[in-house]
Each structure stands twice: as C-alpha cells, then as structure tokens.
Design a protein around this ligand. Structure first.
Ligand code: GDP
Length: 297
C-alpha cells in the first residue's frame, strides 16, 4: 500500500494522543514536533511542513479543543482537515473546449515520469466517458516512445497519430490537428517530448508548441516516487510554460508521500489524477480526502 511509512508514524503519534485524557499545550506541541519530523522524513517540502504544523497548532491549542471530552480525537480531526486542504483544490476537474473544435491536452514531463503511459490511460478513461480521443506521438527523442504509444493505443482501441521521428513535434502536432478534425475527434492528447533532465531546448520546444497549439490544458506528469525532485520539476515547468494541473504517477510505489503532500502547496496547481499502477486502467481521479485517509489511516 502507498504511504505505509508515513502512515505508520501517524498511527503512533495518534495512538499516543488518544491515550491521554486531557491535553496540555505542551502535549500538543510535542505531538506537532513529531508530525513535523514525520513529514520531513517523508520528504515533504520544508516550508510546506512549517506552514502545515503552524496551521494545526493554531487551531489545536485553544480552549475548545483542550476542554473537549476527547481532545486527542479533536487534534486528529484538525490534522485530517488541514491535510485535505493542503492537497485539495476546487479546480481539479478537467475542462473541455465547448463549441467548435476538439479539446486539446498537452502532456508534458521528464522522460520516465510516465507521460506516454499516462497519455494513454487518460485517453482510455475519457473514451469510457464518451469522448472520441486521438493520441498524438510527438515524443520523437525517446527511441521507443512512438512504438509504445501505438501499442497502448491499440490495446485501448484508440487511434494514434504519428509521423516517425524525422519531423519536428510542432509539425506533427499541426498535422494531427488537421487529421483529428477530419476524423471527428473531439479530444486530442499530445504526448510531447521529454528529456532526462530539464534543459532549455526542451522548454523552448514546449513553449513554442503551446503557443501554436493552444491546448485547453497543459498537464504535467511527474513521478511521485522522486519526492522533492518531482516538486522541483513541477515548479520549473509551471514557471517556464505554465501548467493547468499535475498528474502524479507511481503513487502505488510511493511509501513516503512527499510529492503528493507538497506539489499543490508549492505550485498552486491542482493534482488532477494519480497513477496507481502499470496497467492502463490504473489511473484515478485524485481525491484529497481519500489520500488523506490513506496517509492518516
Ligand atoms: P515517459 O518516458 O514519461 O513517457 O514514461 P513511460 O510512460 O514510458 O513510463 C515509464 C515507466 O513507468 C513504465 O515502465 C510505466 O509502466 C511505468 N509507470 C507509469 N505510470 C505508472 C504508475 O502509475 N505506477 C507504476 N507502478 N508504474 C508506472
């Protein structure tokens, strides 16, 4: 199960809180020090941890909580609510182009994050909801990316538009849009080219692609297992090209939870989906409440 390491620590802290009858200010402060340690060890961003702990303390240290019959439960409830707020957002739903023209999503991210797999997963999910998606292979740098997209597209019976790796991504994308409208696709998902590391050429290419294609949403795919690196990547992509939402992949293998807990607070962009496995059906809408209960037990 994801987040087990962080989850175990919270269980301990909460059990100790529940055991106590009345809580003193010192008890709450001590518990919050433990929460802080647990979150830092889970690789949550330092500033995010500080703000989170302060927010909980501010609400937990007060007459209402201390004098309640079950102060421990009360503190736990506050931790839960603040954790939901940390990951939550009102604008986490995908938006679609209405009236004229297909909805275009541009998938961006570093190599290995899961961009190609997630493009297909998302197309599959939306096909089930009645859309007619077209997947577009613009990742011309990773040798197997085009073939990989074709394979997963076939598994989902979703057409894949590709022009090999000798054309520029921007020309592929333009041709794909034309092909898409001729064939009445109402959803076009571009699997753009990543790199192993962030570099200027990649960013410039994506900026140009975004300007010309004008996607309805630019969705950033990051690997949750890379913790703060994922958050850093998200910050940079958002700064340079602007993203509308984040998709966190490999949450199924993430024992720590640092990226899930930091990325929204750091970038102010919602986490829209979570990748929960390698199968094409393993993509879930990201629900902050569900994540918080997975972490807090
Ligand atoms: P890209 O280079 O960003 O296009 O990455 P790929 O789509 O090729 O994915 C890289 C690897 O991560 C592949 O082996 C995928 O099966 C795997 N992967 C992608 N998403 C997930 C996920 O949510 N969970 C797990 N366990 N593996 C994933």
């Amino acid at each position: 199960m994801a987040f087990e390491s962080l989850s175990d620590k919270f269980q301990n802290i909460f059990n100790n809180l529940k055991k106590k009858g009345k809580l003193s200010e010192a008890d709450v402060k001590a518990a919050m020090r433990e929460v802080k340690m647990a979150l830092l060890e889970a690789d949550v961003n330092f500033k995010v941890v500080k703000d989170f702990v302060n927010a909980v303390k501010e609400r937990a240290i007060g007459d209402e909580v201390m004098e309640s019959l079950t102060p421990g439960q009360h503190v736990i409830k506050i931790v839960n609510e603040e954790m939901v707020a940390l990951m939550g957002s009102d604008e986490s739903e995908l938006t679609f182009t209405t009236g004229g023209g297909p909805t275009i999503y541009m998938m961006v991210g570093l190599q290995g994050a899961g961009k190609t797999t997630t493009s297909a997963k998302l197309a599959g999910l939306l096909k089930k909801k009645g859309k007619k998606p077209l997947l577009v292979a613009c990742d011309i740098y990773r040798p197997a990316a085009i073939k990989q997209l074709q394979v997963v597209g076939e598994q989902l019976s979703i057409p894949v538009f590709s022009m090999g790796n000798q054309n520029k991504p921007i020309d592929i994308a333009k041709a794909a849009l034309e092909h898409g409208s001729k064939n009445h696709h109402d959803l076009i998902i571009l699997d753009t080219a990543g790199r192993l590391h962030i570099d200027e050429t990649m960013m410039d290419e994506l900026i140009e692609l975004k300007e010309v294609i004008k996607p309805k949403e630019t969705l950033l795919v990051v690997d949750a297992m890379t913790g703060q690196d994922a958050v850093h990547v998200a910050e940079l992509f958002n700064e340079k090209i602007g993203v509308d939402g984040v998709i966190l992949t490999k949450l199924d293998g993430d024992t720590r939870g640092g990226a899930a807990l930091s990325v929204k607070a750091v970038t102010q962009k919602p986490i829209k989906f979570a990748g929960m496995g390698e199968k094409l059906s393993d993509l879930e809408v990201f629900y902050p409440e569900r994540m918080a209960s997975r972490i807090l037990g």
